[in-house]
Ligand binder design. Structure first.
Ligand code: HEM
Length: 504
């Protein structure tokens, strides 16, 4: 018994000692620092980087907003939080070649095939530049025009569903948007057509929803892996259930065989990844086995590469749309302006909701950006220093700060979006302020060469479904939506059918 108690005390003393040592990490570099105890105090927000209103991060930012940067800790990982927009620009754009990577992410081929190196987790040393370059054509203007009819079909399926509902007084829009975004990314990126709005239990949708969900033990395991990658080699539990991994591996296997047998090149994510892997290996033959099929290694790499798009294009879009719907519901005058824009545009395009018609609607784009400013999906943008780097002093009293290779930098995007010196009256939903904001003060899609690869794709799909819904319905708040803020536990909205005279 006493041995056990002494053991616990020893462990606690070691932890405290370790923390005190770490505390000096920043002060020795002349950086104002937050006590490491803060990490424990604000565990979920600092460690998991999620909180509905990022209250603690905001608190930290506003208490230190006179400082260009402040040192803090994500457990034992020292983080430099950068508050100053000029310094953000320098780190994320001008000196990007020193900050090419995110903080380490799990890269766990031997336990989780679906989390093998992908464009999000890959470092520059691993070949991030090449992979990003290989995938970029999927998002070019001409490709978006090509994916548009697929998006359109998905948006029409949502409308058909809503039109067939007996009552639309209380519709869970987040669920509907998840299904829509899943169908869009599935059909464009790999040619899987499912109507998950109707076919509510289809395995592709359930698999993607499971992949994109990082709550509970899965989220904890993921964070522990990214903080302590070496633990992986010791304990190595899977993040993803093997039956889900097998489902996606089998899906991609069949997909690739089908293309190979019929000589189909679709220029989608599956095709681009296959080409990239073939070029990387230098020999076409390495991706083909003796029987003319695709080898398992290629299938595993393509599946992992596709999985990150299924994850990236799922909750992000659904959340963005839910936030936008919320702001439209509680700001009817903004909703009216959007409807006027839709009407004017459709008049110009003979009533056809074409790719060009959607692209020419600017006000609704401002609405989406303003919704993302207020309710950001990712409140922190992170970068990892890949070589030693010095932040030169600018203000009197500052000293040069020497960052070491491996140090991590956080950009507090959420608090910056709410800073009155960048956005006067920051809680006010005002789409007209978009375009007048300071450079680098708005970053819902990240910053610089590592920013979101899917931004144009995401904006197109968000605009399309909002326009499609607003042509036939008014979005109105219901009691549950309003009271569930800020957690959005209940995402029901009222959709009130437009009469023939006010249909757009
Ligand atoms: C409105 C919805 C979306 C939001 C708010 C969003 C936001 C972001 C953010 C903040 C990043 C990190 C950027 C950085 O570190 O500077 C990111 C990265 C990324 N996003 Fe998105 N995203 C959205 C939709 C999408 C969609 C639909 C796709 C794919 C079809 C996508 C693909 C990616 C990829 C591949 C990356 C990693 C880029 C890289 O590291 O090179 N995103 N996104």
């Amino acid at each position: 018994m006493w041995g056990f108690v002494l053991g616990i005390i020893l462990i606690l003393l070691l932890i405290v000692g370790y923390y005190l040592l770490y505390y000096n990490y920043w002060s020795e570099r002349g950086v104002p620092a937050i006590s490491p105890i803060y990490t424990f105090h604000n565990f979920s927000e600092l460690v998991f980087r999620v909180s509905p209103k990022f209250t603690n991060l905001k608190d930290l930012y506003f208490k230190n907003q006179d400082k260009r940067y402040v040192g803090l800790f994500q457990f034992f990982r020292p983080i430099l939080m950068v508050n100053d927009l000029d310094l953000i620009k320098k780190i994320c754009v001008q000196d990007f070649d020193t900050f090419t990577d995110h903080s380490p992410y799990p890269n766990v081929l031997f336990t989780d095939k679906l989390f093998h190196k992908n464009v999000f987790s890959m470092t520059a040393e691993d070949g991030w530049y090449e992979l990003r370059g290989a995938l970029t054509p999927f998002f070019s203007g001409s490709k978006l025009r090509r994916w548009y009819p697929l998006m359109r079909r998905c948006s029409e399926q949502v409308l058909d569903y809503l039109n067939s509902c007996e009552s639309t007084d209380c519709v869970d829009l987040r669920d509907l948007f998840e299904r829509y975004s899943n169908d869009v990314i599935g059909s464009a990126s790999l040619g899987v057509c499912c109507n998950s709005v109707r076919d509510r239990d289809n395995p592709f949708f359930n698999g993607c929803r499971y992949l994109a969900n990082f709550s509970g033990m899965k989220g904890i395991t993921y964070i522990v892996y990214s903080l302590y990658p070496r633990l992986l080699q010791i304990i190595a539990p899977s993040l993803i259930k093997s039956k889900v991994t097998d489902f996606f591996l089998q899906l991609i296997r069949e997909n690739m065989h089908y293309r190979l047998e019929r000589n189909i090149v679709r220029d989608d994510i599956v095709s681009l990844l296959t080409k990239y892997i073939q070029n990387k290996s230098g020999m076409k033959e390495t991706s083909l086995n003796a029987s003319g099929g695709v080898c398992d290694m290629t299938i595993a790499e393509v599946t992992a590469g596709v999985a990150v798009f299924l994850i990236a294009g799922f909750e992000t879009v659904a959340y963005t749309l839910t936030f936008a719907a919320y702001e439209l519901a509680i700001n009817p005058e903004v909703q009216k302006k959007v409807c006027n824009e839709i009407e004017e545009t459709l008049n110009k395009y003979d009533g056809e909701l074409t790719f060009d018609a959607i692209n020419s609607m600017n006000y609704i784009e401002n609405v989406i950006f303003e919704a993302l400013r207020i309710h950001l999906v990712f409140s922190i943008i992170d970068r990892r220093c890949t070589k030693n780097y010095t932040i030169e002093p600018v203000h009197p009293g500052e000293k040069p700060v020497h960052l070491k290779e491996g140090d991590c930098v956080w950009i507090p995007a959420g608090p910056i979006h709410h800073d009155p010196k960048h956005y006067p009256n920051p809680q006010k939903f005002d789409p007209d302020r978009f375009g007048k904001n300071k450079p680098f003060s708005l970053m819902p899609f990240g910053i610089g060469p590592k920013s979101c690869l899917g931004v144009r794709f995401a904006m197109l799909e968000c605009k399309l479904i909002l326009v499609e819904i607003l042509r036939s319905f008014d979005i109105v708040p219901v009691k549950k939506t309003i009271s569930s803020l800020p957690t959005f536990k209940d995402t029901s909205f009222g959709l009130s059918r437009k009469t023939l005279s006010n249909k757009v």
